[in-house]
Design a protein around this ligand. Structure first.
Ligand SMILES: Cc1cc2nc3c(=O)[nH]c(=O)nc-3n(C[C@H](O)[C@H](O)[C@H](O)COP(=O)(O)O)c2cc1C
Length: 506
């Protein structure tokens, strides 16, 4: 019997089904395996696999996939947070049961007994990893989808390094709800993983272009996952041509291999193979577009536009020697459903972070807060949406231990508010709210805020990355006392919190 089953059989029996999430203690997973494949080799071998042998995978392989997707190293996750949020729950569907992966403790928490691998597409997979947006932990679908894109990318790369296959799927993921997900959880992606039915015999055929070809670094994938660092400040103003070429290639380039059908895959997957993103590179000499099919940069627009990019996003971005910006061409997709493209943007940005690590550089994932200003800097025509901004360079270590400032403007303590307006002061520190109310805060930071996050009674109700910091208090709450929390988080991960107890009185 294969090792996943053995590993689970050695663990205590699954408890009875839980109704409200996780009730049973977790079971530790074995340590992740060392993924020795160089980062670039894994990126070149990334492709979607939809047919599996039906054989199981080992417990160590499962542990490695889980760790790569959402585990921790040196106290940090293997993927970067976006807007100070993760907001993702990963379910692991095996022959033995459905589990939640607890990345902080590298363990599986029993969720449902039984084989639920019928959920989603491609049932011959050994395991399925279901990536679920937790609205209560992150109220912004695009932010959560960006993180899911980073996670999915790690699953692809770890699978490649383990000799396994996988595919990002968004079809039929709603079936996961039949397992009784807790409220607020929205299935987004399921990744079936298993031994591929036909291992791909790649043909080596470099895509020649004016940019330097991408060679393998000496950095094993595991090291890149462990050592990834988000940078806040940078040394120097330039990167070499080779470094820049590798970073933009990692975002969206083509493999040096052809698969058995003669298809050249890219470093990231794309829903329906659409590939609607355009990758821009901003450095001290100009704004350029990376042209993946030619492995080239276009002639570009001269001038140092980095300060303008910093102005449209965060100040520390402006000093980065290279800023990579994935932009969605909305004319190629349904603009009403942007989340799959944020997935793709997250995957592309994550690749830049991994490749930066392989080059002993660092990078960061910054939300593209002021879209119209960025569109202007990049000289984009209508219908182009900058998704993320990824500054990269040689890190200059800085200590940002100064927390941001945050204050609630409305409601204030000791005030009665009726239909959104303060009516009269009240004794004590409670606010009393009758009717709808838009709560408002002010926040600032010396380096730049990642996000302002709003919670009511511990559930996230709002997330903003730029002013106005405002959220409508949930109308569905029962009458009575509630706790409103506003948390401002800066790029040094310092947080400032204000809390207010208010009475919903009508
Ligand atoms: C957000 C997203 C959703 C996807 N959904 C599905 C899906 O439901 N079923 C499927 O077979 N492939 C799905 N794919 C995989 C793409 O079809 C695949 O990435 C694309 O055809 C390129 O092929 P490659 O990944 O082999 O290079 C999805 C990819 C992304 C990024």
């Amino acid at each position: 019997m294969a090792a996943v089953l053995l590993f689970l059989a050695l663990s205590p029996a699954l408890p009875g089904e839980t109704t409200a999430g996780i009730a049973a203690p977790g079971r530790d997973l074995p340590p992740p395996l060392n993924l020795t494949l160089p980062v670039e080799e894994a990126l070149c071998r990334r492709m979607s696999v939809r047919e599996f042998t039906g054989e199981d995978i080992g417990g160590a392989e499962l542990a490695t996939l889980c760790w790569a997707a959402y585990g921790t190293a040196h106290g940090r996750r293997t993927v970067a947070q976006v807007a100070a949020s993760y907001g993702v729950v990963m379910y692991v569907l095996t022959a033995e049961g459905a589990f939640v992966y607890d990345g902080l403790n590298h363990s599986l928490l029993p969720f449902r007994r039984g084989d639920h691998r019928w959920v989603g597409q491609y049932d011959t997979a050994a395991v399925k990893l279901a990536l679920v947006w937790d609205r209560h932990a992150c109220s912004d679908e695009n932010v959560a989808s960006t993180v899911i894109g980073e996670m999915g990318q790690n699953v692809y790369l770890a699978a490649v390094a383990l000799g396994l296959g996988t595919v990002t799927t968004a079809s039929q993921v709603g079936q996961l709800r039949l397992l009784g997900l807790p409220p607020g959880q929205v299935p987004k992606i399921i990744m079936p993983v298993g031994p591929p039915a036909q291992p791909c015999p790649f043909t080596h055929q470099v895509l020649e272009g004016p940019l330097p070809p991408v060679e393998n670094s000496t950095m094993p994938l595991s090291d890149a996952l462990e050592q990834r660092r988000e940078g806040l400040a940078w040394q120097g103003t330039t990167l070499t041509g080779e470094e820049q070429a590798r970073l933009v290639w990692a975002a969206y380039g083509y493999s040096r291999y052809l698969d058995e059908q003669g298809k050249r895959h890219r470093t990231v997957p794309s829903s329906h193979g659409t590939y609607p993103l355009r990758i821009f590179a901003v450095n001290a000499s100009g704004v350029y577009e990376y042209l993946p099919a030619r492995h080239a940069l276009d002639e570009g627009r001269p001038g140092d536009h980095r300060p303008a990019v910093g102005g449209a996003t965060r100040r520390f971005v402006a000093e980065a020697p290279l800023i990579v910006i994935p932009v969605l061409n909305t004319s190629r997709v349904d603009p009403r459903v942007p989340w799959p493209w944020y997935y793709e943007g997250g995957a592309a940005a994550h690749n830049v972070l991994l490749e930066a690590t392989a080059l002993n550089l660092s990078a960061a994932v910054v939300s593209a807060v002021n879209h119209s200003a960025l569109q202007q800097v990049l000289g984009l025509p209508q219908g182009h949406l900058p998704l993320l901004v990824v500054p990269a360079g040689r890190e200059r270590p800085v200590t940002d231990d100064m927390p941001p400032a945050v204050a609630l403007l409305q409601p204030e303590e000791g005030v009665l508010l009726v239909m959104g307006r303060p009516v009269m002061p009240l004794p004590g520190d409670l606010a009393v709210v009758i009717g709808p109310l838009a709560a408002q805060a002010t926040a600032s930071d010396d380096y730049g805020l990642q996000a302002v996050k709003w919670q009511v009674d511990g559930r996230m109700v709002g997330l903003q990355q730029q002013t106005p910091y405002r959220v409508r208090l949930p109308a569905s709450l029962p009458l009575g006392v509630h706790v409103l929390t506003v948390r401002a988080v800066d790029y040094g991960d310092n947080a400032a919190v204000v809390r207010l107890r208010y009475v919903k009185a009508g």
